[in-house]
Design a protein around this ligand. Sequence first.
Ligand code: HEM
Length: 197
Amino acid sequence: MSTLWSNIDWSIARSGGITAYILLTLAMFAGLMLSLRWQSPAKWPRLITNELHNFLSLLSLIFIVIHVLAVWIDPFTHFGLSAVFIPFVSGYRPLWVGMGIVALYLGIAVGISTWMRPKIGYRLWRRLHLLTFLGFIFALIHGIGSGSDSHSTWAIAMYAISMLIVGIPVAVRISGLGKTPQKKQAPLAQPRPAVKK
Ligand code: HEM
């Protein structure tokens, strides 16, 4: 295979990984906004919906597939099937790449739990959904550790901004500060006194 093709393939692998990571950050942000209920139709049009959260998650998964496929077919790094699917066995940055594989498996587990939500119930689904935070942290460490671009200013800025985008709502959530007050119940209509005729 020519060097030109290898360069193109490696660029696809890297840009695919970065796009997948940005989309994952946005999907996490949308999910956190939904769980914090930080929007009201009066102040902020309902831009962040469940559909948007699902769409961003799915789009991120599509770019992860592109990223992994491009890494796999790269002629110079010699990633075999086991190096792509079994964590920590690849010859290329095994620890950091392994973390990416674990992140992918956590994402798949969360996806399956969402698909099976009607069967497993809301409570278990919600607990399993917490795995997304672990997956995000693994993806972050994977990107920083294994990426060739991690030392460039734009990559440092991207990772820092993504940590803030996810970290701030998580901190608000944990502290309980961002809870929206319960809507006031409209007083029940009083029964009219019977009018004597
Ligand atoms: C949640 C899943 C994943 C995300 C979000 C992700 C994201 C990223 C990011 C952002 C980079 C840095 C790119 C750069 O700086 O140029 C990267 C690098 C890399 N990823 Fe992933 N990745 C994921 C899963 C995987 C998996 C499953 C593999 C399996 C082989 C993998 C293999 C690699 C390799 C080999 C690199 C190094 C590329 C380089 O040297 O620049 N990734 N990934």
